[in-house]
Design a protein around this ligand. Structure first.
Ligand code: BTN
Length: 242
């Protein structure tokens, strides 16, 4: 048990499993509530955003934290990205940065990602499953040229447990501020962002594209894009730099 001001984290470490998201759902259903963190040594069915798979061999960090809804739920993925990037910065002194909404990059290459899934009771969110995958000591997938791992960037092995511990402490501090000071999450995200001030193209689930200048992130985590004078807000999508 790791006692933080927002949540006492109860960390459950598993071996090779399908997906920590699926395992976290099962643990929730059997009464393990907010604060439960499922950590897997590896995943055979790791899930990424938009139904993509997340390559999860041993050596990486794969976790799902069950959260009660704190404040604006749209900020959870951004908060997760900020916490991962800051943990990398503090532990490895490497300038990790963020691509909207929640890709964690080193030198423009993806080292980690965040997946937030809400569980609903009627029209109310009852929990959020925050999934985090970080390439630590595992080689990044060779078929993704824009992927990297922290050990490759660092030129040294990473202490996975120490990284997990620091990440949970950082998440805890941000969770505490989600309700009282959401602007802190947004300003931290802006400081770490590689997205703002760039020309971008965001494709949403139905294939519609929004192209323009990324101006800011809104209170609900959406991206504000200036499309030649017309301001558009993008709630979710896949972003590419133009
Ligand atoms: C992304 O597409 O960038 C998000 C990737 C999230 C992967 C993590 S690994 C731990 C957790 N379990 C999963 O199946 N997915 C998330």
């Amino acid at each position: 048990m790791l006692e933080g001001p927002a949540l006492p984290w109860k960390v459950i470490k598993l071996g090779l499993i399908g997906s920590t998201q699926a395992a976290a759902r099962e643990y929730l259903a059997s009464g393990h509530g907010a604060g439960t963190v499922i950590v897997a040594a590896g995943q055979t069915d790791g899930r990424g955003r938009r139904g993509r798979s997340w390559h999860s061999p041993e050596g990486g960090l794969y976790l799902t934290a069950s959260l009660r809804p704190f404040g604006e739920v749209g900020l959870v993925p951004l908060m997760g990205g900020v916490a991962v990037a800051q943990t990398i910065r503090e532990m490895a002194s490497i300038d990790a940065a963020l691509k909207w909404p929640n890709d964690v990059l080193i030198g423009g290459k993806k080292v980690g990602g965040v997946l937030a899934e809400s569980g609903w009771a009627g029209d109310k969110i009852k929990h959020v499953l925050l999934g985090v995958g970080v390439n630590l000591n595992n080689p990044a997938p060779h078929w993704l040229p824009d992927a990297t791992s922290l050990s490759k960037e660092l030129g040294d092995m990473v202490d996975v447990d120490a990284f997990l511990h620091r990440l949970l402490e950082t998440l805890d501090l941000y969770l505490l501020r989600m309700e009282s000071d959401p602007e802190l999450i947004l300003s931290s995200w802006r400081e770490l962002s590689l997205t703002l001030g760039k020309m971008v193209c965001v494709t949403d689930r139905s294939g519609d594209m929004v192209s323009g200048f990324a101006v800011d992130v809104d209170q609900d985590g959406s991206l504000i894009v200036d499309c030649g004078g017309e301001i558009k807000r993008v709630v979710s999508g896949v972003l590419e730099f133009r």
